[in-house]
Design a protein around this ligand. Structure first.
Ligand SMILES: O=C(O)C1=C[C@@H](OP(=O)(O)O)[C@@H](O)[C@H](O)C1
Ligand SMILES: C=C(OP(=O)(O)O)C(=O)O
Length: 437
């Protein structure tokens, strides 16, 4: 398929309100835990995008009955230990989150084996990070070259483990916590740094005792999973961040972003941008807030203004992991130097986001240098414009679009269609923020 090329011209200002699309991470978890549950659950505001549609297709293949209505869906799951023996390969498409979380449940299906595969990008993304702890729990997994898809998960009996994650990853943590529900005894996952905690919150709302203290999360074996009657998915901070960045960079802009997830483990980008001088007003969840069932939601008021460079420390990285490309963009417009360290994980996303961000923004007139674990940006007060390739990476496509709106000459994004992975209406939403005169 020929990638779609879209031009984003410089804009004078952006004004108005926007409710960004539903949270991708929470949507994946709602579909998966909904399928694992013994009672039906209603999900409102499920994300209608390529990644989360891959999850719905996978859940149907595993036996879920999903009734989709205009304003909600009802998922009738199979129960914890009764996934259907999927016919053929389970296609995770481009969704790393689906690929890493689902094996935690498949591992519980005694006597059945499941093959998972996906697109060209997913075939380069490591699964050894989940295979190592799952094997320690007793699961038999066969991966291509020991670490890539396609891979096979053989269900069987599992035993709880005490596992320290080598890198902070919410996907790996979630995979182990999901496996813990059917593993004998107790399972503890220790994180080097906090990462998004949507799985813990959703399990708590299902009445599963989740104990979190000193960077460790502990879960016990469960007979069954019963979610509350309804899950309402908030708007995605990671999608909102693109509008936020546009509102910060395009002079005279003022945006109100509605209904956004303000969970502290997701709002690292807001704090980094504020430190750079961005004016973002909103009621964000505080650091150290107790783990509660459900997610905090709020509105964010964004105003354009001048920026200065900053240093993003390794502990902040998991809290802003998908927004680091946008930190690089803000840094191009800031005064002084911005350094991002401890972000080697960017290399194993939908593209190698250290290389694609540095090359992409340099081609538009930026001054960025890649490092082993991040990048250094010398702010030059703006970007000229030019052409950027998405490399099939949704975040890169939207980065190029925002860069174009804030640039001097505009940006052509080759492969804009990649945005459909998380934000299908992105270009229309941006266009709706343009003043009519
Ligand atoms: O758990 C999740 O929903 C996600 C966790 C992060 O990945 P890692 O766990 O690999 O850091 C993030 O980059 C991804 O977009 C979604
Ligand atoms: C890395 C991402 O997602 P995933 O790992 O689910 O593909 C992302 O959305 O930026």
């Amino acid at each position: 398929m020929t990638p779609t090329t879209v031009r984003f011209d410089p804009v004078r200002r952006l004004r108005g309100e926007l409710t960004p699309p539903a949270d991708k991470s929470i949507s994946h978890r709602a579909a998966l835990l909904g399928t694992m549950a013994s009672e039906p659950v209603r999900v409102r505001n499920y994300l209608d995008a390529a990644d989360t549609n891959s999850t719905l297709a996978a859940m149907r293949q595993l036996g879920a009955l999903i009734d989709t209505q205009p304003d909600h869906m009802v998922i009738r799951g199979t129960g914890l230990r009764e996934a259907a023996p999927a016919e053929g390969t389970i296609d995770v498409g481009n969704a790393g989150t689906l690929m890493r979380l689902l094996p935690g449940w498949l591992a519980a299906q005694e006597g059945r084996a499941y093959t998972l595969d996906g697109d060209a990008s997913i075939r380069k993304r490591p699964v050894d990070r989940i295979a190592v702890p799952l094997r320690r729990m007793g699961v038999h997994i066969e991966a291509t070259d020991e670490r890539f898809p396609p891979f096979i998960v053989h269900g069987g009996r599992m035993t709880g483990i005490d596992y320290t994650l080598p890198v902070a990853s919410a996907q790996v943590k979630s995979c182990i916590l999901i496996a813990a529900l059917t593993a004998n005894g107790e399972t503890t996952v220790r994180e080097p740094e906090p990462s998004r905690d949507h799985t813990e919150r959703m399990l708590l709302s299902a009445g599963v005792p989740v104990h979190r203290a000193d960077g460790a999360v502990t879960v016990l074996n469960q007979d069954e999973l019963v979610l509350g009657e309804e899950i309402v998915v908030p708007a995605d901070l990671s999608s909102a961040a693109f509008a936020m960045a546009a509102g910060i960079l395009v002079p005279k802009s003022r945006l109100l972003l509605r209904g956004v997830n303000t969970n502290w483990t997701r709002t690292g980008f807001v704090r980094i941008a504020q430190r750079m001088g961005a004016i973002i007003i909103g009621d964000l969840e505080e650091h150290g807030a107790p783990l509660t069932a459900g997610e905090p939601i709020g509105d964010l008021d964004v105003t354009a203004g001048p920026l200065v460079g900053t240093t993003v420390e390794p502990w902040e990285v998991p809290l802003a992991i998908d927004e680091l490309p946008l930190v690089a963009l803000l840094a191009c417009f800031a005064e002084g130097e911005t350094v991002v360290r401890g972000a080697a994980e960017l290399k194993v996303k939908e593209s190698d986001r250290i290389q694609t961000v540095v090359d992409g923004l340099n081609a538009l007139g930026g001054q960025l240098e890649a490092t082993d674990d991040g990048f250094v940006v010398t702010g030059t007060g703006g970007l000229r414009g030019g052409t950027i390739h998405s490399h099939g990476d949704h975040r890169l496509a939207m980065l190029g679009a925002v860069a174009g709106m804030a640039s001097k000459e505009g940006v052509e994004v080759v492969g804009m269609d990649a945005a459909d992975v998380s934000y299908p209406g992105f270009a229309d939403d941006m266009a709706a923020l343009l003043p009519s005169s």
